[in-house]
Design a protein around this ligand. Structure first.
Ligand code: NDP
Length: 252
């Protein structure tokens, strides 16, 4: 995507990023702050979140606030408590990027382990739903709220061996479409499909792939910025490819 964001695109925006401790989420959080946003980091690993917040300080960005929440075990009550804690310091949320995700087993359906299947559904779908429910009141306080989910090419077209992960990303697309219609005119709701990107998750999905042939998280940030800023204000109910034209599958 060719998009040249204004340096202050996200000034006065308060944005929460899940899975902010690593990979694409970490990069998105820092990128939002570099464009003026006040960022709330969510993750399960305190040390990793602290390190990301430290990076904000090193770069002289607005200080990051961070909270831990394990999406594998979280309950609706914990999500509500988190929203209450956020509301103490943040009057609203202008953006939420649901980015945290779990890959699970890359294996034929017949070999997908039921417990791992449930974990993938819990992190990618159920926790994302519970967190969305808890954060909606804060998002609706913004006059230009943007709710962004993270999809995948296997969330639009099933592919052998992608099992629970593909099913969870289809569910993510569905959740996005339902919410977009329910909040038409009050909140925009969209998905990003990052496309193959150089992260730990990608390396575990394609262990033989040369990571240097992949875009980095920094390379795919234009669409992440565009969807959080005012330039995308009229867009809702859509899925955007961070790497338009890229063929799914192993990088050649
Ligand atoms: P990473 O594995 O690098 O990062 C995943 C993030 O999710 C980490 O911050 C991780 O936390 C967090 N997370 C995982 N499980 C939990 C949990 N139980 N509770 C809280 N946080 C959790 O993955 P990517 O950056 O590659 O992926 C980001 C998103 O992009 C995912 O939704 C993925 O499905 C999607 N995607 C990625 C593609 C790619 O090629 N990279 C392609 C298509 C889609 P921790 O640091 O503690 O592990």
């Amino acid at each position: 995507m060719h998009y040249q964001p204004q340096r202050d695109l996200l000034q006065n925006h308060i944005i929460l990023v899940t899975g902010a401790s690593d990979g694409i989420g970490r990069e998105a959080a820092i990128t939002y702050a570099r464009h003026g946003a006040s960022v709330i980091l969510l993750g399960r690993n305190e040390d990793k979140l602290r390190a990301v917040a430290q990076q904000f300080d090193t770069e002289g960005l607005l200080p990051a606030t961070w909270f831990t929440l394990d999406l594998l075990t979280c309950t609706p009550e914990e999500c509500q408590q988190l929203a209450q804690k956020i509301a103490i310091h943040s009057p609203r949320l202008d953006g939420v990027l649901h980015n945290a995700g779990l890959l699970g087993d890359v294996a034929p359906m017949a070999e997908q382990r039921p417990d791992v299947w449930q974990q993938v559904m819990q992190v990618n779908v159920n926790a994302t739903f519970m967190l969305t429910q808890a954060l909606l009141p804060l998002l609706l306080k913004s006059d230009a709220g943007s709710l962004v989910f993270t999809s995948s090419s296997v969330g639009r077209e099933g592919r052998a061996n992608w099992g629970a992960y593909a099913a969870s990303k289809f569910a993510t697309e569905g959740m996005m479409q339902v919410l977009a219609e329910e909040y038409q005119g009050r909140l925009r709701v969209n998905c990003i499909n990052p496309g193959g990107t150089r992260t730990g998750m990608r390396a575990s999905a394609f262990p033989t792939e040369d990571p240097l042939k992949l875009k980095t998280p920094a390379d795919i940030m234009p669409v992440y910025l565009w969807l959080m800023g005012d330039d995308s204000r009229r867009k809702t109910g859509m899925t955007f490819d961070a790497q338009p034209g890229r063929k799914p599958g192993i990088a050649q």
